[in-house]
Design a protein around this ligand. Structure first.
Ligand code: AHR
Length: 495
């Protein structure tokens, strides 16, 4: 198979947004406890944070981290997580049928963020709670001092305000599984009033209204339209959530799952812009794709929920293989391609729970296959995102019809241009010819590929480097040509 790609710095989409490389830490399973936090672990620091996880978080190149949920947040009382740890209540967590010990709360999380060098992104409970509690949390976090709540934060050890700019107005309120699920109109009114009041307290906020939990929700499209009718003037973003998995051994469809993500993004952009037009507004609402990943949700749904109420049980611990990482890379390419309107995203999640980083309690931390596309894109995507003009053979898929085998995007900064490309073919390499005449006489500085003979190969704690990017030996400089193996994620650096 032969494909062709033309690259030109004039084909600019938008700047690379650092927030594309956000992730998510939820009080779910072992994401917090024995994930980021494990006092007593050999690498734990004075605050009980695992240094090995902090190191891997930095290596992953994470920008923002959404917290504390997810479904968890819709029953959460933030006050439970502040003050002396020994006095914090234990609560039932209805979302995950677990017991929450509240050893980690907002102050610990912000401290962890500072150590990891990431920006916190806070989600509010608009399920069981409302405007007053949202305002209290905002005052506690962001008001400098001189009020009961801000002085309480100082008394709890945080002299400086947390300065949290991004706030999610609830989580997945369109889902019947959500505690306090609402209709679009009910939620839109509550989100608008919460946003208005929050902005009165803090003029620097960036607020995210809940969009749809997936493009297959029965209310998809209509939900966004109604919510934005209510909130258009007072929010900056509408959220999107999407998870994909290989179903019934249909690898070709799975590798093309970014087709659904493209549809999701273009549909939400069109819906948001049509609301803007009806409101005669020149403002544009951007998209916060604040949950995305490969998740074997059907397996989770088929499993029995925990019978008792365990503390930090292993939940949603998907073990990713090479093909998962390639599908995942395709989703990243789609997020980058849409950087004009998707200006924030969060990979769900960071540690143990459908995560690129895994830990053993008391033991090691290691990289799943999906760690690599994320880390490489975060490290090498810089400057501007470029649209690439491609010609590619295509194949037929059960779920998405005819799809091109090549899925690609490029970024360009100064002397360096980087191509991120997936070959979706399940069995054939793709010979990619690159027309880079507009860049002058560039050469391939580095080409790596994440691929291999066994597309279901996985990393483990014992063999953490089984699936990792390797130098691609099949490159040619005149003309520029790279052979992309079947089922592969590729990074090609030109300079
Ligand atoms: O990320 C796992 C869960 O997926 C989140 O808690 C929820 O928001 C979504 O349904």
């Amino acid at each position: 198979h032969e494909a062709h790609l033309t690259i030109d710095p004039a084909f600019r989409v938008a700047p690379v947004r650092r927030r594309t490389f956000g992730t998510f830490v939820e009080h779910l399973g072992r994401c917090v406890y024995t994930g980021i936090y494990e006092p007593g672990h050999p690498t734990a620091d004075a605050d009980g944070f695992r240094r090995d996880v902090l190191d891997l978080t930095r290596e992953l190149g994470v920008s923002t981290v959404r917290y504390p949920g997810g479904n968890f947040v819709s029953g959460y009382r933030w006050e439970d997580g502040i003050g002396p740890v020994a006095e914090r209540p234990r609560r039932l967590d209805l979302a995950w049928h677990s017991t929450e010990t509240n050893e980690v709360g907002v102050d610990e999380f912000v401290r962890w963020c500072r150590k990891a060098g990431v920006e916190p992104m806070m989600a509010l409970n608009l399920g069981t709670r409302g405007i007053a509690e949202a305002l209290d949390l905002l005052e506690y976090c962001n008001h400098p001092s001189g009020t009961t709540l801000s002085d309480l934060r100082i008394a709890n050890g945080a002299k400086e305000p947390h300065g949290i700019r991004m706030w999610c107005l609830g989580n997945e309120m369109d889902g019947t599984w959500q505690t306090g699920h609402k209709t679009a109109r009910e939620y839109g009114r509550l989100a608008a009033e919460t946003a208005r009041a929050m902005r009165t307290m803090d003029g620097e906020l960036e607020l995210v209204a809940c969009g749809s939990s997936s493009s297959s929700m029965p209310t998809f499209g209509a939900w966004e339209a109604t919510v934005l009718e209510e909130t258009y003037d007072v929010v900056d973003y509408v959220s999107c959530h999407a998870y994909y998995e290989e179903k019934d051994g249909d690898l070709a469809s799975f590798l093309a799952c970014s087709t659904d993500m493209e549809y999701f993004i273009s549909s939400v952009v069109a819906t948001a812009d049509s609301v803007g037009a009806r409101l005669k507004s020149r403002k544009k609402i951007n998209l916060s794709f604040d949950e995305w990943n490969v998740w074997y949700l059907s397996r989770f749904q088929a499993a029995e929920p925990p019978r008792d109420w365990p503390v930090a049980p292993p939940l949603l611990e998907d073990h990713y293989h090479l093909a998962d990482a390639v599908a995942f890379g395709g989703l990243l390419i789609t997020l980058l391609r849409n950087s004009d309107r998707v200006t924030s995203a969060s990979l769900a999640q960071l540690v143990n729970v459908i995560a690129p980083i895994m830990t053993s309690p008391g033991g090691s931390a290691w990289k799943q296959t999906t760690f690599h596309p994320f880390a490489q894109a975060s490290r090498h995507a810089a400057g501007d995102v470029l649209r690439v003009e491609t010609t590619s053979p295509s194949h037929d898929t059960k779920e998405y019809g005819e799809v091109p085998l090549l899925h690609a995007v490029a970024t360009h900064s100064g002397d360096e241009t980087v191509i991120f490309a997936v070959n979706r073919s399940t069995d054939e390499p793709l010979s990619l010819e690159i027309d880079a005449r507009s860049l002058g006489g560039v050469r391939i500085v580095e080409a790596t590929t994440l691929s291999g003979p066994d597309v279901y190969a996985r990393n483990t704690a014992e063999a953490p480097d089984t699936v990792a990017p390797r130098p691609n030996p099949d490159i040619q400089h005149d003309p520029l040509r790279v052979l992309l193996p079947p089922v592969s994620w590729n990074v090609i650096r030109l300079g």
